[in-house]
Design a protein around this ligand. Sequence first.
Ligand SMILES: Cc1cc2nc3c(=O)[nH]c(=O)nc-3n(C[C@H](O)[C@H](O)[C@H](O)COP(=O)(O)OP(=O)(O)OC[C@H]3O[C@@H](n4cnc5c(N)ncnc54)[C@H](O)[C@@H]3O)c2cc1C
Length: 60
Amino acid sequence: MALEVARSMRSVLGANGISLEHPVFRHMVNLESVFTYEGTHEIHTLVVGNDITGLSAYTG
Ligand SMILES: Cc1cc2nc3c(=O)[nH]c(=O)nc-3n(C[C@H](O)[C@H](O)[C@H](O)COP(=O)(O)OP(=O)(O)OC[C@H]3O[C@@H](n4cnc5c(N)ncnc54)[C@H](O)[C@@H]3O)c2cc1C
């Protein structure tokens, strides 16, 4: 949700949303990293799927 808000704000600011004058883009990048650190979103999905179904959709 926070990422969605940051993206909306970037859009509201137009080209200024990409400039260093406003911190919106920095927040977007910080929030985007949550999908990767401490395990990627995809791997978490596979682990939860395995736990719920007992079936593994991945190897390694
Ligand atoms: C801001 C930030 C802070 C971090 N801090 C730390 C930290 O403090 N300590 C630390 O140890 N690490 C840290 N990391 C590293 C982070 O934990 C790893 O980047 C993350 O676990 C993903 O590993 P990887 O980058 O090697 O991607 P990879 O494992 O190479 O994955 C690449 C892509 O392939 C997908 N993928 C991989 N394997 C499979 C599979 N079997 N099936 C399907 N898809 C697969 C992934 O979902 C991903 O989309 C940090 C990363 C970031 C971005």
